[in-house]
Ligand binder design. Structure first.
Ligand SMILES: Nc1ncnc2c1ncn2[C@@H]1O[C@H](COP(=O)(O)OP(=O)(O)OP(=O)(O)O)[C@@H](O)[C@H]1O
Ligand SMILES: [Mg+2]
Length: 230
């Protein structure tokens, strides 16, 4: 049991108090602050300003107009209850492993959580860049891209795009890009820090496809390269 310290409060001591004794042991501050106190207050103010400046990231506005039936269906997905925890884990850690029951919404919902938080569209440095999602199979790339663009009420080929071998539909203002793991592997060869991306999701990583396994190894280097750059 956790004792919160309220159950057995200290008995209140009864008795009389000598006012002169209290005054003798207390320091009465003059109402006008001393020079040292003014300096300290100014220092605190300056530090306070610095904190305010650090926290004053520009506000993020993301307009999402999902179809009504999608909003209704989303509410029943188990992963929706975990949105805050998932996003906090992403903010606080460079690498997050997400495990969930099949059909709970990992593939379709996590890219939307990120998009709604300003990844892919925001002018904030830490969220600028495309949300990249890999799949081991090209069929899954096309299906997930179609579904996510539909759920977000966005056009496929504009904000949501996809790329597989011999087929690419990626707009100039792409925010979410689905691709095969082979495509990302090729991109790493020319862009070792994956500067165009704000976040990378390796979906179905548990399947341990050869490409995904190599990507996991390569991404550990990407994480370090990006740490050095920031
Ligand atoms: N194209 C689609 N049309 C209709 N419903 C879909 C479509 N794609 C996914 N869904 C539904 O959305 C929900 C979430 O699916 P999602 O693919 O995100 O789950 P998941 O956690 O990635 O599952 P898995 O572990 O099998 O990959 C499921 O209930 C699924 O039936
Ligand atoms: Mg999935």
């Amino acid at each position: 049991m956790v004792d919160v310290g309220l159950r057995n409060p200290e008995p209140i001591t009864e008795g009389t108090f000598d006012l002169s004794d209290i005054l003798a042991h207390s320091t009465i501050k003059p109402s006008v602050p001393t020079r040292d106190e003014i300096d300290l207050q100014e220092e605190e103010l300056i530090q306070g300003e610095a904190v305010v400046q650090e926290c004053s990231n520009p506000p993020i506005f993301v307009t999402v107009s999902s179809p009504y039936e999608v909003e209704k269906a989303r509410r029943d997905l188990p992963i929706i209850m975990m949105e805050q925890e998932i996003m906090e884990a992403i903010y606080e850690n460079p690498v997050v492993i997400l495990c969930g029951e099949t059909g709970c919404g990992k593939t379709t919902q996590v890219p939307q959580f990120l998009y709604e938080a300003g990844f892919g569209t925001s002018n904030r440095l830490d969220r600028k860049g495309i949300i990249g999602i890999t799949q081991p199979r090209r069929v899954a790339v096309l299906a997930a891209a179609r579904r996510v663009s539909y759920e977000l009420g966005l056009k496929l080929g504009k904000e949501v795009g996809f790329q597989v071998r011999h087929d690419k539909l990626v707009g100039s203002n792409c925010a979410i890009k689905f691709m095969t793991d082979g495509i990302l592997l090729r991109e790493i060869q020319t862009d070792s820090a994956l500067k165009h991306y704000s976040v990378i999701i390796l979906d179905e990583a548990h399947e341990r496809s050869l490409n995904t396994d190599i990507l996991i190894g390569m991404l550990t280097r990407v994480v370090n390269a990006r740490k050095v750059e920031t």
